[in-house]
Design a protein around this ligand. Structure first.
Ligand SMILES: Cc1cc2nc3c(=O)[nH]c(=O)nc-3n(C[C@H](O)[C@H](O)[C@H](O)COP(=O)(O)O)c2cc1C
Length: 308
């Protein structure tokens, strides 16, 4: 068995120490091989939005990868580690309330991952996520790490643990927090137990911090013109005030129509197809109208980058 830890913290920083604490528990409990990728040290080409991968994959051409060829960055190396993994842990410190930009860059690049999505949807991997912050300015960090873990594992049902800790600013600060290290050991034990359960064909359960949304365990709500939604999985919520307390309810029907359900993903793929079809049909008009904006050139010329 194989566990992959994607860690967007500093080398030997808090996130990495926490990941290693979980790894030690996993190795002791079930002997799985644990590998850590220092995401911040990777080179990942910026997705240029050419959409070649999306268009090809929507046509079922899974062999098409990316205009950035294998070997020009670390993406395919990491993707191969993901393919080999039975469990994937996504972890990041808060950078401006979010996971690090490099972690998001890796997620952006997943569009180029051939049949990875198809493969993990058919057979989920085990997923888990954790995050930390130097203060408590961390609103989106765990939610986004969970979303990334869900994409890499195949579904929110595949998530077995997720936890966040605030107020750990300096490198090594976590080493003063016995409770945090204890929780990370537990995190590892949960993953080891899930690996064993999955091998036996048993159902997995979620042991992480409960969220407001029963579907993705997220703790955010978004107010739209037609109601309140979980912004991660787009499940519509019913809100009530009972005894001066806010109650959030998600109906079975709403959960079944969340964006990551088979229904939701099909709708999304159809919407992409529809959008491309409309643009293809109107390509002459687009070309004609485009001239005005191409001629209106205001982009600055970027200076040459000098070696450090
Ligand atoms: C660019 C940058 C942005 C940061 N933004 C936040 C933030 O929004 N909220 C927060 O709580 N901590 C923030 N931090 C602090 C880190 O989350 C904190 O130092 C953490 O311990 C780093 O984890 P590591 O030791 O695993 O690298 C930021 C740090 C950096 C370098």
């Amino acid at each position: 068995m194989n566990v992959l830890g994607l860690c967007a913290g500093r080398p030997d920083g808090n996130t990495e120490i926490m990941m290693k604490e979980a790894f030690m528990a996993i190795e002791e409990m079930c002997g799985a091989q644990c590998r850590l990728v220092r995401v911040q040290e990777t080179t990942i080409n910026t997705c240029v939005g050419c959409e070649s991968c999306m268009v090809n994959h929507l046509k079922g051409n899974w062999d098409f990868r990316c205009v950035h060829k294998n070997g020009s960055d670390h993406f395919y190396f990491i993707e191969q580690l993901m393919r080999e993994a039975d469990a994937i842990i996504v972890s990041s410190p808060a950078y401006n309330l979010l996971p690090t930009g490099q972690m998001i860059k890796l997620l952006n690049k997943m569009h180029a991952s051939g049949n990875y999505r198809d493969m993990v949807e058919k057979e989920n991997k085990i997923g888990a996520a954790f995050s930390i912050g130097g203060t408590d300015w961390t609103n989106f960090t765990l939610n986004v790490c969970k979303m990334i873990a869900m994409e890499l594992a195949g579904s929110y049902e595949a998530l077995v643990d997720a936890v966040h800790f605030d107020f750990m600013p300096s490198r090594g600060a976590v080493l003063l927090e016995d409770d945090v290290l204890k929780r990370m050991r537990q995190f590892g034990e949960t993953i080891a137990a899930a690996l064993t359960a999955k091998e036996k064909g048993e159902k997995l359960s979620y042991a992480g911090t409960p969220g407001v949304c029963p579907d993705c365990h997220g703790n955010l709500l978004e107010i739209r013109a037609d109601g309140v939604y979980c912004p991660q999985c787009l499940t519509k919520a019913k809100l009530q005030i009972v005894d001066e307390e806010l109650r959030v309810e998600f109906t079975r029907e709403a959960i079944a129509r969340n964006r990551w359900s088979i229904w939701g993903k099909r709708l999304h793929d159809d919407n992409i197809r529809k959008g491309h079809k409309k643009a293809a049909e109107g390509k002459d008009q687009i070309r004609e109208r485009m001239k005005k904006y191409v001629d209106y050139e205001r982009a600055v010329t970027l200076p040459e980058i000098l070696p450090e």
